[in-house]
Ligand binder design. Structure first.
Ligand SMILES: C[S@@+](CC[C@H](N)C(=O)[O-])C[C@H]1O[C@@H](n2cnc3c(N)ncnc32)[C@H](O)[C@@H]1O
Length: 282
């Protein structure tokens, strides 16, 4: 088994793909469809270089144990390798299910219809806890609405796709302060069903009231004074949601392998049958 630490390799390795049908241009063409997920430490922009390094290695199966947004695992899948993505965050594992394990399931019109249907029992959890903190009332209503229905799509891959779409729609503003990223992450986790994350995010909001950078996750009250015309802020979460459905659907592809997505600590992952472990953790 090889262990590849991306941080210890200098850019510049050149070679050819070993799998017929998955040429350099094919894999890199596919990678262009990977959604721009604002994930801290994402290697998305480094993928062409990482691809150059991976091409020089002999491997059939690959594990990305710190998958994060899933960009590196997505590249390895695009290179035709049987790919396992894993991360201890539910958010990342969900993205892995949607884009790495999932080879051919889409959010089709019926699934979208189910997500938008009037729920039998309307919930107001998000409105109750986030009003006046994040987003406007219309966005919060939409989040509650879709969250009620997100268990509806029959297929687990559709659920993962819907969750990925919703999470990306929530991250509609780029923030660059560490506490803002932490708040954003906690909010996402709370949406994934971790109530403690919600309490922790509110605690963080209170800890950094004066140092908050502008951004929808950390601005409370009237957003008008922050609105400098950026498209992200112009669109409602509902508009982002529809845009992201297309983007995530386009990112789904098959490499004719049985890929896996797991949620777990790096020290507990089985490595049987894995040729290459790719450590893109920083
Ligand atoms: C910098 S991110 C990886 C970014 C990823 N390569 C990408 O392109 O998006 C590091 C990831 O490691 C995960 N992580 C950190 N410690 C971990 C552990 N002990 N077990 C599993 N995952 C862990 C974090 O949740 C985070 O998603």
């Amino acid at each position: 088994m090889q262990q590849l630490d991306l941080h210890s390799i200098a850019p510049g390795t050149e070679s050819r793909s070993r799998i017929p049908g998955f040429s350099r241009s094919c894999a890199l063409d596919q990678v262009r469809f990977f959604p721009e997920i604002r994930y801290m430490g994402s290697k998305r922009r480094l993928l062409p270089w990482i691809h150059g390094v991976l091409e020089g290695l002999d491997f059939e199966t690959a594990l990305d144990p710190f998958s994060g947004s899933g960009s590196v695992a997505y590249l390895m899948k695009a290179m035709g390798r049987r790919t396992v993505s894993s991360d201890f965050l539910n958010l990342s594992a969900t993205l892995g299910k949607a884009l790495i394990r999932n080879n051919c399931t889409y959010l089709d019109p019926l699934a979208v219809q189910r997500l938008l249907a009037k729920p039998a029992h309307a919930l107001s959890f998000i409105q109750d806890h986030f009003t006046g903190i994040f987003y406007n009332p219309e966005d919060l209503r939409f989040l509650d609405h879709v969250s009620c229905n997100i268990v509806q799509p029959e297929h687990p891959h559709q659920r993962a796709l819907a969750m990925g779409v919703l999470m990306r729609s929530c991250a509609k503003e780029h923030l660059n302060k560490p506490e803002s990223s932490a708040i954003r992450l906690l909010l996402r986790l709370s949406l994934l069903g971790f109530p403690k994350a919600l309490r922790a995010s509110r605690g963080l909001v209170q800890m950094f009231p004066k140092r908050q950078p502008r951004g929808v996750f950390t601005i409370s009250g009237d957003l008008a004074k922050y609105d400098d015309g950026r498209r992200d802020l112009q669109l409602s979460i509902e508009e982002h949601f529809f845009e992201q459905i297309d983007i995530f659907n386009q990112a789904v592809f098959s490499n004719d392998r049985q890929n896996k997505a797991e949620c777990g600590d790096v020290f507990k992952i089985g490595t049987n049958g894995i040729d290459l472990i790719c450590l893109g953790h920083l």
